[in-house]
Write a protein that binds this ligand. Structure first.
Ligand code: G6P
Length: 367
């Protein structure tokens, strides 16, 4: 095991650091230097898609939410995202124009496989996004988009999440291209930025020095819960950040759309319930900032995930976890990473086993 850990204390930490390479491998051969996407390996006619349904569980579900936003924005195709355990019993509606995208790291999750079966009943075509060649899901699907993260040992998914998100961006760019939903030049520009995302993630990892992480962990001293807030694409990132934290630190954590916070979660806010704000960019950043200000007025201590040099974030937060600047649509790839580190270090500070959290399994093959 020591050899496999390659000098890292835990698999989770190692796998967080492997993310640039995992992304690189997932994008290789599918995205050329000009930013053009080639998904001919799928053998699917992407032009006939009228609607997309994404089914998944856990972290893969959060990747699915990000996939929805990319597909809708870039390809202008309507997307529904469903938790597989609900979808399978929901008597789902659809037809042959529906593409079901089933996301599963292991490719063995029972509920996700059952969701595929439910969609088959109405004639859907099925694309599997998985990290495991030869897994059950690859046999159930019409086409497979393999993420190439390499084996993930830590129960809390990290590198497989980032590669799922990247795979969904590829799909969104691919579908957008054949549908002519956006000017080719615009799609290629995003494609070129996506190609550079492994370097950006690496840069982001380097920005998070020990001092910044220990500052952030300090905000969690005495915490009894946490509230993760974001808008737009930063909302699924907030959900994933909260999930990581509860999985390995056992602290109750909620991920919430920042604008919805006033309809309930704000009641949780006090000095012992830190707010983790994923600020993002553009107009939504301003909106999130003003929501976070409301929590500060109620005594919250704040950790902000923000672009390097964001003065407003510095002013409002006890701790800022900086991310490198990337085009807004790709921001989840960089903003998810500090939250993985945060969950990791909070759990370590609490003396917990981050690789094998209690009650959880890496792959859930029972209902
Ligand atoms: C388990 C794991 C999660 C994972 C989920 C879905 O709950 O602990 O990390 O996100 O299953 O797994 P899958 O293999 O389908 O992506």
């Amino acid at each position: 095991e020591a050899i496999e850990l390659g000098g890292y204390e835990d698999f989770m930490l190692k796998e967080i650091h492997e993310q640039p390479a995992a992304l690189q491998a997932t994008l290789a051969g599918r995205l050329d230097a000009g930013g053009r996407v080639d998904l001919s390996e799928l053998g699917l006619d992407l032009s006939g898609i009228e609607r997309v349904v994404i089914v998944a569980c856990g972290t893969a579900y959060h990747a699915g939410l990000l996939g929805k936003s990319a597909l809708e924005r870039l390809a202008r195709v309507p997307v529904e995202v469903a938790v597989a355990s609900e979808y399978r019993y929901g008597d789902p509606v659809g037809d042959e124009g529906t593409l079901v995208v089933a996301i599963s790291q292991s490719g063995e999750t029972t509920d996700t496989l059952a969701a595929i079966e439910a969609a088959r009943a109405f004639g859907a075509r099925v694309l599997a996004v998985t990290n495991t060649q030869g897994s059950l899901i690859t046999r159930e699907a019409d086409a497979v988009l393999l993420t190439k993260a390499g084996p993930e040992v830590g129960v809390a998914a990290t590198k497989t999440f980032l590669t799922q998100v990247a795979a969904l961006y590829l799909l969104a760019l691919g579908v957008a291209g054949v549908r002519g939903a956006r000017p080719a030049g615009e799609l290629e520009e995003i494609g070129r930025a996506l190609r550079r995302s492994p370097e950006k993630v690496e840069e982001g990892i380097e920005l998070l020095g020990e001092r910044l992480m220990s500052e952030a962990v300090g905000v969690f001293a005495g915490a009894r819960c946490a509230l993760f807030l974001g808008r737009g694409q930063s909302f699924p990132v907030a959900l994933e950040g909260a999930l990581k934290l509860k999985e390995i630190s056992y602290l109750p954590a909620e991920g919430y759309p920042a604008g919805e916070m006033k309809h309930g979660p704000i009641a949780l806010v006090d000095e012992q319930c830190p707010v983790v704000a994923i600020l993002g960019e553009g107009t939504l950043r301003e909106k999130t900032l003003s929501n976070v200000e409301e929590t500060v007025a109620r005594g919250a201590r704040v950790i902000a995930v923000a672009n390097e040099g964001d003065a407003a974030a510095e002013r409002i937060a006890q701790s800022v976890l900086p991310v490198p600047t990337v085009p807004e649509i790709l921001s989840p790839l960089v903003s998810a990473v500090p939250l993985q580190f945060l969950a990791y270090h909070v759990a370590k500070a609490r003396g917990l086993d981050v690789d094998k959290p209690r009650n959880l399994a890496k792959s859930v093959t029972v209902e």
